[in-house]
Design a protein around this ligand. Structure first.
Ligand code: CU
Length: 125
């Protein structure tokens, strides 16, 4: 009977240590998730389509990163590959966007099909 409180104390101590360990492990997992979320955000490049122009006209990214084009004009525009068909947006109205993730290195030139003088480029390394 005399040993019973000691066993209870040891059990409480072990459970306490495990709880603290799990708490810190969960904390680390959360930090890793935040970092991966932020790096995903960093891998998204924004191009505005405004005043019949792409801004910026040239974007340099790494493989696996994405570009999002947003039309800020009331006139409809597209983002269309000059050669090949990697980039192929529908006609974008005001406020609409088109995104593309690039998995292979290369230079991707594009233009606006209703206004072919509008031209841009994505360089993927
Ligand atoms: Cu256009």
């Amino acid at each position: 009977m005399g040993k019973f409180p000691i066993i209870v104390a040891i059990v409480v101590l072990v459970v306490g240590i495990i709880s603290v360990a799990i708490f810190y492990m969960n904390d680390n997992v959360e930090i890793h998730e935040e970092i991966s979320f932020e790096s995903t955000e960093l891998g998204i490049y924004k191009v505005n389509i405004q005043n019949f122009d792409y801004s910026p006209r040239e974007v340099r990214i790494q493989r696996g990163e994405s570009v999002v084009w947003t039309n800020k004009d009331s006139v409809g525009h597209t983002v269309t590959s000059s050669s090949g068909n990697e980039i192929d947006s529908p006609l974008l109205g005001l406020g609409q966007n088109y995104s593309k993730t690039f998995t292979e290195a290369g230079e991707y030139s594009y233009y606006c099909s209703p206004h072919p003088n509008m031209q841009g480029k994505v360089i993927v390394s």
